[in-house]
Design a protein around this ligand. Structure first.
Ligand SMILES: Cc1ncc(COP(=O)(O)O)c(C=O)c1O
Length: 435
């Protein structure tokens, strides 16, 4: 007889011999995740995918040319320095230094990582002791939870409060934080706070006043601040992107996270970066070196060329206006239907209020959707009947607060305008299903 997670099984059954770690369960890593449930293979073949946040267009040609050139050169086909290739670190210094008003030290204040994800994971590995608490605002980017728990941390959730029902045209700014509530959530085990601005999935761009209040709490309770700013190049409507690291006294306790995937429409490249003081970057480098050793070398060169040339090519200005056009195609479709949504001031997501969508409860939903919140059924129904996929927002909440997210579906507008126009046309068919 062999012992497995499920107990004792006949020794002839060799399918589950070795018990896996309980951390997979704690990190929700075993639950059928929302990306799998709503992946293209599970949806009608012609469904327009506005679910997962990746682009259906290529990175700029001058960036992919640089990737090709790197592949055809010997050195970038091999290991890079664990800190990242010097060309990329210099490019990060050149592009971001002025934004932080600092002469960034490429040896100790910049770390290139395998996507923002790995950078964040490495910070948790470097700083969390067993049982340390990490505060995050809900809804939260779902990867935070396993990254924290795999490293022995405990997530502590503080809600972003949804817009009041009385608002007919809410914006992402109407999702608010309650600083007293944040303060009450802090225990002596609190070690870190994650501040994601612009925010996924709300699109919120935190104001200076909000960030100042969070900064004061971080100072009072000696918290490490993880500023997840991977959407920093997508701030609309003339709104200001404030970097919490730039607030008085905050540099020393803040690590800022960036992503070439978001900046250059290259989510599969897995190149990201961390910027912060030596006291945060050095321990994180020690962790990252032992997790991945180094990041994808040729694509570091390409990301470097992107940052080097972005200003001259006015790349981010052009990209921003293209994204604003994409956003407006979807919001107009929702306006035409009289649907309520959160007008996003940043990132590339729109939260649609789906409480008005009236789907038959006896619709042939798969089991994967039936056990979950109303938003899972609504998203499934919209994908199958209207032909546009989205992501149910309860997935971005802890189980206890999932009901807040059930009112929303997240639509990603990082798609070309033709695709978004076709999606907008399809939405007209939703009219007959509205309460
Ligand atoms: C808020 C947020 N942080 C981090 C990431 C991860 O970025 P990367 O693809 O560079 O790992 C994402 C990706 O969706 C995100 O939305």
């Amino acid at each position: 007889m062999a012992k497995t997670n499920g107990g004792v099984v006949p020794s002839s059954d060799r399918s589950n011999l070795i018990p896996f770690s309980s951390r997979l369960k704690e990190g929700r890593a075993l639950a059928l995740d929302v990306w799998t449930i709503f992946s293209a293979v599970n949806l009608p073949a012609d469904c327009i995918n506005l679910g997962q946040g990746y682009m259906n267009f290529a990175p700029p040609k001058w960036v992919t040319d640089a990737a090709e050139a790197a592949l055809n050169t010997v050195a970038p086909n091999h290991y890079s320095h664990p800190r990242g290739r010097i060309r990329l670190r210099e490019a990060i210094k050149g592009f971001y230094g002025p934004q932080f008003n600092r002469d960034l030290d490429v040896e100790s204040e910049i770390l290139v990582t395998s996507g923002a994800n790995e950078g964040q994971y490495s910070v948790f590995t470097a700083f969390l002791e067993q049982g340390d608490e990490v505060i995050m605002f809900e809804p939260f980017f779902d990867q935070y939870l396993p990254s924290v728990t795999f490293n022995g941390g405990k997530p502590v959730y503080v809600p972003l409060h949804p817009p009041k029902d009385s608002l007919t045209k809410p914006t992402s700014d109407d999702w608010t934080i309650d600083i007293d509530e944040l303060r009450r959530a802090i225990t002596p085990r609190a070690k870190m706070i994650i501040v994601n601005t612009p925010h996924n999935p709300v699109g919120k761009v935190f104001t200076k006043a909000e960030l100042k209040a969070i900064a004061a709490i971080a100072e009072e309770f000696n918290l490490l601040v993880m500023a997840d700013e991977v959407y920093d190049c997508l701030v609309f409507d003339g709104k200001e992107h404030v970097r919490i690291a730039n607030l008085p006294g905050m540099w020393d306790r803040t690590v800022t996270v960036g992503s070439a995937g978001k900046a250059f429409a290259a989510t599969g490249w897995r190149i990201g970066w961390l910027i912060g003081p030596k006291s945060i970057i050095q321990p994180t480098l020690a962790a990252s070196t032992r997790i991945v050793f180094c990041s994808n070398s040729p694509l570091q060169e390409a990301a470097a060329s992107g940052l080097e040339l972005a200003r001259e090519k006015k790349f981010f200005e052009t990209q921003l206006s293209e994204y604003a056009e994409r956003r407006d195609i979807l919001t107009k479709a929702f306006d035409d239907l009289g649907l309520k949504y959160t007008h996003p001031e940043g990132s590339y997501f729109i939260l649609l209020d789906i409480s008005q969508v009236d789907f038959p409860e006896n619709y042939p939903f798969p089991d994967s959707v039936l056990g979950r919140g109303r938003d899972f059924r609504a998203c499934w129904f919209i994908a199958n009947e209207i032909g546009v996929s989205s992501i149910p927002v309860s997935e971005f909440y802890c189980e206890e607060h999932a009901n807040i997210g059930e009112a929303y579906a997240r639509f990603a507008f990082c798609k070309d305008v033709d695709t978004l126009r076709r999606a907008a046309e399809r939405f007209q068919a939703l009219q007959i299903y509205l309460k």
